[in-house]
Design a protein around this ligand. Structure first.
Ligand code: GLP
Length: 267
């Protein structure tokens, strides 16, 4: 696992956007350029700065999304596209609508209005497989370490499916629903931990003091279904991009190790 520690949120997002851009460009210039680059994407406040930087690069002509197919992590059950808290709305409002060459048919988001959630989730897994899997999955995590909507004690080999949200998550996410946890949908569709870890590379953003326990569990704790993000320890190409504020619960040893090793990689 790589842990890339940046001074603050802005620098963390810039680093992540540069990394994603470099991967897309390398793909488009490499031997597999005839197939699309498959990118997994999250919602939440963590990726917003990354999206802004990717939009800037795209509008400046530095990065094309013409050969990119995206799959989003999750979606609330029961919210229509036009609901301003649906993840469909979030992704178009914060990202897709601003890209100059993203093809609408290349955007994949779980349909939260489906009347057959199980079939929708099976269709999603099949569609990911039809592209040969995901090249890079970017994610964020909740304060309890949930990756996508895989709450504590979700199987670390789970696939895309229906998830019940914990009261804690509904309370945390109620900030987007007029601070009323009851207005936060109780269920969601989500890729599984196994779906994420099957990706060739995973990049998770962890920012802020409130994520410090989750970062420590992800990096230093044992692999445990209690912290579903800890499954990344078993992935051979997992990167955590974090800021100083999120490092508060790491041991000094761990913190110094990753600063040291990342500095050496850049030399
Ligand atoms: C939600 C999403 C997750 C996201 C998490 C953290 O619960 N389902 O995919 O990672 O929130 O969000 P934030 O980045 O706003 O802290």
């Amino acid at each position: 696992m790589r842990v890339v520690i940046q001074d603050d949120y802005t620098k963390m997002c810039r680093w992540a956007a540069c990394h994603i851009a470099a991967r897309i460009k390398a793909h488009n210039e490499g031997p597999e350029k005839d197939r699309p680059f498959v990118l997994g994407l999250p919602t939440g406040s963590s990726p917003i700065g990354v999206y802004q930087e990717l939009i800037r690069k795209n509008q400046a002509g530095e990065l094309s999304f013409a050969n990119v197919v995206t799959f989003n992590m999750d979606e609330y059950l029961g919210l229509p596209h036009e609901h301003d808290q649906s993840y469909w709305y979030f992704m178009h409002d914060n990202f897709f609508d601003h890209l100059v060459d993203m093809k609408p048919e290349n955007i994949n988001i779980l349909n939260g209005m489906t009347d057959d959630p199980e079939a929708e989730c099976a269709r999603y897994e099949e569609k990911i497989a039809s592209y040969g899997g995901i090249d890079l999955f970017m994610g964020g995590i909740g304060v309890d370490g949930h990756l996508a909507f895989n709450e504590p004690y979700t199987s670390l080999s789970s696939r895309t499916g229906v998830r019940d949200l914990t009261t804690d998550t509904r309370i945390v996410n109620s900030r987007f629903f007029g601070n009323d946890p009851e207005k936060v949908p109780a269920r969601a569709l989500s890729v599984g931990i196994g779906t994420v870890t099957d990706s060739r590379e995973v990049l998770v953003l962890i920012s802020g003091h409130n994520k410090a326990r989750a970062l420590a569990a992800t990096v230093e704790g044992g692999v445990s279904q209690k912290w579903t993000c800890s499954a990344l320890q078993l992935h051979n190409a997992a990167i955590i991009a974090c800021d100083e504020a999120a490092c508060g619960e790491l041991t000094v040893d761990t913190y110094k190790y990753f600063l040291d090793i990342e500095k050496k990689e850049r030399l």
